[in-house]
Design a protein around this ligand. Structure first.
Ligand code: SF4
Ligand code: SF4
Length: 140
């Protein structure tokens, strides 16, 4: 695993001096995380913070950072008051800037931007909405 000490500094600077560095790896975030409790081998917030704090920039390439549901259970139970959701949003933003974001969330964003829905609507669904509900405006 390639380590970049500047990455750790950058994240901590962006999110508030030493914020993430204050993590002492107690694992309480993981134990309160619903995803971790279902599939601990696939998603572990404590591990993500550990990767950031050792400068493992490859964390940006992991699918894991896209799994968090941003439910805030971890942040509400962290003894160090670390806001993991803030970190995950930051990591997703950085991953997108660097072109590491998986295709699906980007497609969903584009679909929301164009059509107002996260999945493209079929012509039949559009017709139904136009007839029975609201006007659907597309940006072409
Ligand atoms: S609960 Fe807080 S201090 Fe403990 S591992 Fe998670 S982020 Fe770090
Ligand atoms: S915000 Fe994300 S990491 Fe935290 S408990 Fe919820 S799903 Fe788990």
């Amino acid at each position: 695993m390639k380590l970049n000490p500047f990455f750790k500094e950058e994240v901590n600077r962006e999110l508030g001096e030493h914020k993430i560095l204050m993590c002492y790896q107690c694992g309480k975030c993981s134990s309160f995380c619903p995803l971790f409790n279902i599939e601990p081998e696939k998603f572990n917030p404590r591990r993500i913070i550990e990767m950031v704090n050792i400068g493992a920039e490859d964390v940006l390439k992991l699918d894991d950072i896209w799994r968090c549901t941003t439910c805030y259970e971890c942040a509400e139970n962290c003894p160090q008051k670390i806001n993991f959701v803030e970190l995950i949003v930051y990591l997703r933003t950085k991953a997108t800037e660097k072109g590491y974001a998986p295709k699906l969330p980007l497609q969903e964003l584009e679909s929301v931007r164009k059509e107002g829905f996260s999945v493209p609507l079929s012509p039949r669904a559009k017709k139904w909405i136009e007839t029975y509900m609201v006007e659907v405006k597309t940006r072409g």
